[in-house]
Design a protein around this ligand. Structure first.
Ligand SMILES: [Zn+2]
Length: 45
């Protein structure tokens, strides 16, 4: 397995994850995940 550098889609912080765990949207913390979820709700409204 190889560690890949991806960027948090919210704050742009680098995250190192194994290639097989990379998803479309990566978050550095639960906090950034929550920001993303709440902003998606705002866009719908
Ligand atoms: Zn982040």
């Amino acid at each position: 397995m190889e560690l890949i550098e991806v960027k948090c889609v919210v704050c742009g912080a680098p995250i190192y994850v194994y290639e097989e765990y990379i998803k479309e949207n990566m978050y550095c913390t639960i906090h950034c995940l929550n920001i993303s979820i709440s902003s998606e709700k705002e866009q719908i409204v």
